[in-house]
Ligand binder design. Structure first.
Ligand code: DAH
Length: 346
């Protein structure tokens, strides 16, 4: 066989093998095998040295043609295989944008926080300041300045966690009244504040008692504050929390820091002009009254000039009434199944 025949046979077989390469790796191996330095084409061309000068250009031209043909076929095949690889990858990584997403779990304010923030918004709208006080409190502010000297019997109403003789976990937010009165500069205007926060009592936890709960204290002191102002304010609170059609009623009561003192009930259902008084169910929700002159005087405020009202309400109790929660401990267990029921997003 002539060298030309060898070359033609090589071309035919090489083209077949190139077309048969199934992967890019196989194709590359084939390229090396056919066109590489030690490849079959080079091998055949080694025989050129034995040819006559007449034959060489012809064989050389054929060899070039074969090299080009093989190079083209390899490039073609390579393009095809690369496309296959890409297609396979795209198919595998395909994302179905119509699949429902995985919802992100979104947090929300605790139900008590919702109640407290509702009150904060409301009172800020009425020009009140929001003031916080310490939970570890001095006996002086928690009791003495609130008109409860050491031997006062009403101290028993609030079983206290004492830290030392003078330090305790505050049993009420009322000490913030004393702290604020002490600081307030009345030449700059009236004092209007609420103070939300945690309070502590040495109670045994049960459905209606918790050793830790919340209060929101309110205090307004100025020159001509009346009980009418107190009632109007608390009515606004009841409307915000329970609905515009609920009413409130004040009953005489006793607190050492207010005189007169009242207990405030809110109507369980709506009250319209047609509702008969005996049909209304009243629920006690908070304590309030006109600030006792002693509280003002102990804080250095002239009680012959200034007076005001105060109230203390329990967001825990409000939330229980509003949502029909029967066990106060639910608020403190942090069970998300309970808490997500009060999702504001609806
Ligand atoms: N501090 C009282 C308590 O914890 C609640 C209270 C009653 C606060 C009457 C007040 C008030 O400011 O005027 O039982």
């Amino acid at each position: 066989m002539s060298l030309q025949d060898d070359l033609k046979a090589l071309r035919q077989q090489a083209l077949l093998r190139i077309s048969a390469a199934k992967t890019l790796k196989e194709l590359n191996e084939e390229r090396v095998k056919e066109l590489g330095k030690k490849g079959s084409l080079t091998e055949v061309l080694r025989g050129m040295k034995d040819l006559s000068a007449d034959e060489r250009p012809e064989v050389g031209a054929l060899a070039n043609e074969i090299r080009n043909a093989l190079t083209d076929r390899i490039a073609e095949r390579q393009a095809l295989l690369e496309k296959e690889v890409l297609d396979a990858q795209l198919a595998e990584e395909q994302i179905d944008v119509t699949l429902p997403g995985q919802p992100a779990i979104q947090g929300q304010p605790h139900v008590l926080q919702q109640i407290i923030e509702g009150l904060e918004d409301q009172f800020m709208g009425m020009g009140y300041q929001i003031i916080e006080g310490p939970e570890v409190e001095q006996d002086k502010y928690n009791f003495e300045m609130m008109n409860l000297p050491k031997d006062h019997p009403a101290r028993d109403m609030q079983d206290t966690f004492y830290i030392s003789d003078e330090l305790l976990m505050r049993t009420q937010t009322s000490p913030v009244q004393a702290r604020t009165l002490e600081q307030h500069d009345f030449s700059k205007g009236p004092l209007k504040m609420i103070s939300p926060g945690r309070v502590y009592r040495r109670d045994t936890d049960d459905a209606t008692h918790s050793h830790q709960f919340h209060q929101v204290e309110g205090l307004v002191v100025d020159k001509h504050i009346t009980m009418g102002d107190l009632k109007g304010t608390l009515l606004a609170v009841a409307h915000q929390l329970f609905g515009e059609d609920h009413d409130i009623r004040l009953r005489p009561s006793y607190f050492p820091f207010t005189e007169p003192s009242v207990e405030v009930d809110v109507s369980w259902g709506p009250v319209t002009p047609d509702t008969k008084p005996e049909e209304i169910e009243w629920i006690e929700v908070l304590g309030a009254g006109m600030v006792h002159p002693n509280v003002l005087e102990k804080a250095g405020v002239d009680s012959s000039v200034y007076g005001g009202f105060a109230f203390g309400l329990g967001p825990d109790r409000f939330a229980m009434l509003k949502y029909g929660v029967e066990d106060i401990r639910n608020f403190y267990l942090n069970d998300v199944r309970f808490l997500t029921q009060f999702d504001q997003k609806g």
